[in-house]
Every structure is written in C-alpha cells, then in structure tokens.
Design a protein around this ligand. Structure first.
Ligand SMILES: Cc1cc2nc3c(=O)[nH]c(=O)nc-3n(C[C@H](O)[C@H](O)[C@H](O)COP(=O)(O)O)c2cc1C
Length: 324
C-alpha cells in the first residue's frame, strides 16, 4: 500500500510505532521496521545522548530497514540534554524523528539540514497547523482515545481526523485508539495517510516489557483506562490499577490545590517498576482505550500482516459492495 507516509519514510506499510517510554527500545523498533512499518526508539528513555547512540547502533544490528527516534519535549526544571540528543541523532544517520510535547521549532534546522524527516505528534488541529507552518514533514494526529497525553481538548478521532484533513496540506497519520485493519481503512477514508500505534504494539511477542504488562492489556476492556493529572493540565490516559485509583482519590480530595509533589509516589519513577519488574499496581502508566480491541499477543509481523491483510480485504470486498 503506497501512501504519502510510506513514500516519505521509505517503508512498506503505512504503520508507525509511536515512541513509548520504557517500551521503545531497539528490540521494539527493529521488530516493527523488519515487519515493514516504521519503528521508533524512545530517546529520553535512554537517559543520555551516549546511551541513545548505543541504542541506535544496537537497532542497526537488528534491522537494515529505516527506523526513527522519538524526542519528547517536556517542561522540566532540569531539562534533558536535548542538544546532545539531536547531535547524536544527526551523527547516527537516522532519517526519521518523531517529535512530541512542546513545539520542536528550535531543533528543526539541524534535523532538516541532515535530511531527517520530522513527524510531530499533535492533539489538536491548531497545533497540527503550527507544525506544518514551522516546516514539519508530517503530523501524527493523536485523538482523545490515545494512550499517553491526549491534551486538554478532548476531541476524538472521529471528528479530529476529518478536521485535520480539512486544514492540513502535509500528510498525517491517525494516532490513538488504532489497532485493527478496519481502523486503518477508516483512517484512510477520513484523510489520513497511515496509522500510528502505541498500546497495540506493547501486546506483541517482541515488545521488551514484562509479561504482566502484556497480559494486563489483553485483560483490559475499553472501560479500564482513566485520565489522571487533569487538574495539573498534564492529562494522561493510563490503565487503571490500585496506584491510579489512589492518585484519583488525591485529585478528588485536594481539588485545585493539588501539586505535582502530592502525586509523586504514583507517577515518578513508575515506568521501570511496571515495564521491567511487572509490578502492575505501582502507579500510572500510559495505555489507550484500544486495549478493549486487543485480545492476543502476536509477533509484530503477524500483527502488521493481519492489519494489512484485513485492510486490503475490506477495501477490495466489503467497500466494493457499496460502490455499485
Ligand atoms: C506506555 C506508553 C508510553 C508512551 N510514551 C511516550 C513518550 O515517551 N513520548 C511520546 O511522544 N509518546 C508516548 N506515548 C504515546 C504513543 O507514542 C502514541 O502516540 C499513543 O500510544 C497512541 O495511542 P494508542 O496507545 O491508543 O495507540 C506512549 C504511549 C504508551 C502506551
């Protein structure tokens, strides 16, 4: 399937694996790229530019296909070494970067000069237009269903994607809530040139996370995610667990007086406990509503082949019937 996204990134299928903290290691990115999608290493999980350089080299040993790096720009008291991360990405010869969080404008000249294609993740049409105006090559439009940070506008992809199609000139992928071939077809119908998936890729054989995490996603329904940190305007969609319910109770009790320090125990340093140790009640970790559509733990190639096979079948058979 050729789309503007497959052409832009030199990939076989219009499927991207979004950056995921403590999931987007070389094993994950290589598995997705080897299956014909675009795998993404999560830069900040590596901690330092030197470690990211090693992770990129490790990924190169596992795949000769294109893969990218995610750079998440967060407001932080002590910001990560972003100049160092950008330099490592440029020097490594990686040709795709997924940016997310704050406006990536400051880093675009260095990335573009190196011939790197930049896809920025946005949760609104206005941010997507901003990304287009500063020179991003594509946008990942992240609807309210998504695992991670859906922003504060709460617009689902059923409206957000066609709104993006109305306004954008650069190509975009549908992100958030996607896990099936029928959704890929729907995304294409709504104007997207592909899909970006997070949660669905965690429940795969190659995802380098504890088995408990994969089983928790399979066991979860579409009703099992919660929105946390809304009072802090840093809303995150997470899978519910004892830590998350404790956090929500604090939000209810403290109301608008709540500060980040109050919920430190439930959000800080949680990812290694969940993803590495499998302590499923440790606290808040991102997970999308698509969990309700995830019933198995296939290999990444089986997953991507199934999505593409189902999409082709729907386009060539089911949809044909309506075009009499
Ligand atoms: C466990 C997890 C961790 C994530 N970490 C990041 C991250 O560090 N940076 C980022 O830009 N997006 C992150 N995301 C968001 C994904 O890249 C992607 O946009 C999102 O998962 C799409 O929604 P879906 O989960 O419904 O497919 C994360 C998502 C999950 C599920």
């Amino acid at each position: 399937m050729k789309t503007q996204i497959t052409e832009l990134f030199g990939i076989e299928h219009p499927i991207i694996q979004g950056g995921m903290h403590y999931v987007g290691f070389a094993e994950m990115a290589a598995a997705v790229s080897n299956a014909g999608g675009l795998g993404i290493i999560t830069g900040l999980t590596q901690g330092t530019p030197e470690k990211l350089a090693k992770e990129i080299a490790r990924c190169r040993e596992m795949t000769d296909k294109p893969f990218g790096v995610n750079l998440t720009f967060l407001p932080a008291v002590t910001p990560p070494d972003y100049p160092g991360f950008v330099k490592v990405i440029v020097d490594s010869g990686v040709k795709a970067v997924e940016t997310a969080g704050n406006n990536p404008q400051k880093w675009l000249p260095a990335l573009k000069e190196a011939g790197i294609k930049v896809i920025h993740k946005c949760t609104s049409v206005r941010h997507s237009l901003k990304a287009e105006s500063i020179g991003c090559d594509a946008v990942s439009v992240d609807g309210f269903e998504c695992g991670g940070h859906p922003g504060e506008d709460d617009v689902g992809n059923w409206v957000l994607l066609p709104r993006a199609a109305e306004e954008l000139k650069i190509p975009f992928v549908a992100s958030g809530g996607v896990g099936t071939g029928s959704q890929l077809v729907a995304a294409l119908a709504l104007g997207a040139d592909g899909i970006n998936m997070g949660t669905r890729f965690i429940a795969t054989k190659e995802a380098p996370v504890h088995e408990n995490v994969k089983q928790a996603i399979v066991a979860a329904s579409e009703l099992d995610t919660r929105l946390v940190m809304r009072p802090l305007r840093n809303t995150e969609r997470v899978l519910t667990n004892a830590g998350v319910e404790r956090l929500l109770e604090k939000e209810r009790t403290l109301g608008s007086d709540i500060k980040f320090e109050d919920i430190f125990a439930e959000v800080a340093g949680v990812y290694p406990k969940i993803m590495v140790e499998g302590q499923m009640d440790a606290g808040a970790w991102s997970c999308g509503q698509v969990a309700g559509l995830i019933h198995d733990i296939p290999t990444v190639k089986e997953l991507i082949d199934k999505i593409m096979g189902d999409a082709h079948e729907i386009i060539s058979q089911r949809l044909k019937r309506f075009d009499a």
